[in-house]
Every structure is written in C-alpha cells, then in structure tokens.
Design a binder for this molecule. Sequence first.
Ligand code: HEC
Ligand code: HEC
Length: 321
Amino acid sequence: MLAKSKILCVVGALALAACSPSNSNDGGTDVGAWPSDIVSENGDIAFPEGFLDWPTLGAWSTADESGTANGMHQVYATPGTAAAYRETGEFPDGTVLVKEVRGAATASLSTGAASYATDKGVWFVMVKDAKGRFPDNTLWGDGWGWALFEAKDPSKQVATDYKKDCLECHIPAKDTDWIYIEAYPVLWKDGKPPIPKWLDGVKAAIDGETDDAPAAMSATDVEVERPTAFGVCSSCHSVEKGRNGIGPSLAGVFGRTAGSADGYNYSEEMKSSDAVWDATNLDKHLTDPKSVVPGNKMVPLFEGVVDANDRKAIIDYLESI
Ligand code: HEC
Ligand code: HEC
C-alpha cells in the first residue's frame, strides 16, 4: 500500500488526495486514479496486494444442494468507489474490484447456525477502463480489465481471454456495467435495494417485449434461424458445443439425457435425473422449470415461457442444433 500511495501522489493533481493519511472508505481518496501499480503498460494485471485493507462492497454466500454454505465471496473496491458510484451511477475510471472466494464453515452459535469464511481460494479482479486503453489485449474489453488469481500462486494471473473466461457469466448484469450491484448495499441510491436489472430483462423477454440476446452469446450463432423467444435463454445458455455459461450448452440437447453436457457443473438433481429431453419433456421444462427435474438450479433463475407457440419455436430450434 505504501508503494501504491507513492505512485498515486506522483500521478497527478487529481490523485493528490491519495497522499492524505486518512485513506478510509468514506470516498474521495484515491478513487479515479489509474492503478499503474497493478496494470502494466501493455495491460498485464498483477495481484492487487493490500486490497484486504480496502472497503468491501458486500458479500455473497454460496450453498450446496442441502442449503449449507460452502463458499463466501467478499467483494472489495478501491477506497471511495461506493460514494462515487452513488453520486454518478458509474464506476470511476481506474476502479479496482476484487472478489475473494473463500470456503465456508457453519457452526451452531448463540444466533443459530452461522456460517463464516475459511480458506482463501481464488481472486477475481476487475479494473475499470473507461477509455478502452488496451484494444489488442484479450484481458481487456467491455469497459474493464478482467483477471484471475489462484491461492496456490497469486503471482500468476491465469485468465487468458475475458470473453471466454468471464463475460458470459456476467451477461445477466450487463445493464449495470457487468456488476451484480444488487448485492452491494453501499452502492444503492437512497439505500433502496434495486430490483436486479437482469431479472427485468428475463421477465421482459418472457413477456415477448424484447429480444434480449446478448452479444457474447450471439457471437456463437449457428446457421439455423433462431426464434426471438430464444433470446431469454441466451443470457444463460450458449448453443455452441462445449461452451457452458450460467447454464449448460444447449447444443445437441434435444434427445440427450438430462445433466449430460460435457464439463458443466450440474446440480445433483439434474445429474441424477434420467429424463430425456424429447419434445414433451422440453415443453414441460420450459412451461415450468421445476416439473421434469424438481430442485434443479435453473428454477430460482427462470420462471418459464408462458406462450405455447414460443415454446414450440424454441423446441423446434433446439432440435435443429
Ligand atoms: C460461472 C460464472 C462466472 C464466471 C466464469 C465469472 N464470473 Fe464473476 N461473478 C459471477 C457471479 C454470478 C457473480 C456474483 C455472485 C457471486 O459471486 O456468486 C460474480 C461476481 C464477480 C465480481 C464481483 C463484482 C460483481 O460483478 O458483482 C467480480 C470482480 C468478478 N465476478 C470478476 C470476474 C472475472 C474477472 C472473471 C473471469 C476471470 C469472472 N468474474 C468469471 C459469475 C461468474
Ligand atoms: C437465468 C439463467 C437461465 C435461463 C434464462 C434459462 N436457463 Fe436453462 N438452465 C439454467 C441452469 C443453471 C441449468 C442447469 C440446471 C441444473 O444443473 O440443475 C439449466 C438447464 C437447462 C436444461 C437442461 C440441460 C441439460 O443438459 O440437461 C435445458 C433443456 C434448459 N435449461 C433450457 C432452457 C431454455 C430453452 C431456456 C429459455 C427458454 C432456458 N433454459 C433459460 C439456467 C437458465
């Protein structure tokens, strides 16, 4: 951190505030300065040492099938980020976000079953780049630099191409600059939780108001014409073989046994189901995603397709790919 403050002091007038000793989380410190201590001239991203002293935006906990916490994701940001975001609705240029993924343990405490973070595992790092500084670097694009570090060797950045390694999973948060802001109370204007924008998008597309097919997924287009109603599926499913997003690739899903796409981390329910995705089962699954495989993890994310014609168009399309 010392080295960083020094660099920031040299960078320019805007960053002068960073020289002040009260580098706390109340805004207006080194926010807005370019983090040249972790971003090299050609856009390589180094591990942001010292981020544990930054304010957190918020946290997520993940759970296994039985609902027991098995992971904690704590998200840290450059000091001052939250105040600037509340003011402008944007992440200032140079903002660094770090999502630290740890395991979780659960203990019976005086509050009841309480879960807490344990060993560190990986760090997902994003650097806001409002200027498109590195057009030829595959770690940069869509307004951010994207990086990944593993606990076994944090000195090594392991992501190679943000479009493959990161972007697809962030499509549901595209409208909020790719960030899942619904989990970060310090970013909420007036302290009110926003309705996740991606949920709006999913609903609108179900109602047929938009064809929200996101660019990254549509880049994997196939020859067969894709029905408008499939737009909503693309937020989570690619139709390219082997390319899994939030949901598994749907290439060849027609006629396939549930839970059998290569390389996708299915729920136990989906994995152990022997349902075959024929037209009847697909129609049921799309009408009510919990009908064919109860408890599968598409359920809380997606409510189903109301219109029978839309379902038919989607199923015909799935049969063709
Ligand atoms: C499997 C899907 C998936 C992949 C792959 C993925 N992310 Fe995320 N990321 C998410 C989700 C979902 C969240 C919020 C919920 C959570 O943490 O569980 C998130 C949160 C984050 C956050 C915290 C800020 C926010 O958006 O809420 C950062 C930073 C982040 N991801 C960076 C990355 C980077 C960099 C990569 C690629 C190296 C990447 N992610 C790859 C799904 C993914
Ligand atoms: C918000 C994310 C999301 C949306 C939107 C979504 N799905 Fe899914 N889908 C998932 C997830 C996650 C799974 C994996 C479920 C599991 O493993 O339990 C899944 C599983 C499936 C499966 C089973 C695949 C297999 O290999 O067994 C099919 C078929 C499917 N989805 C079709 C669709 C279609 C068609 C649409 C659009 C009408 C759609 N999904 C929309 C997230 C989504």
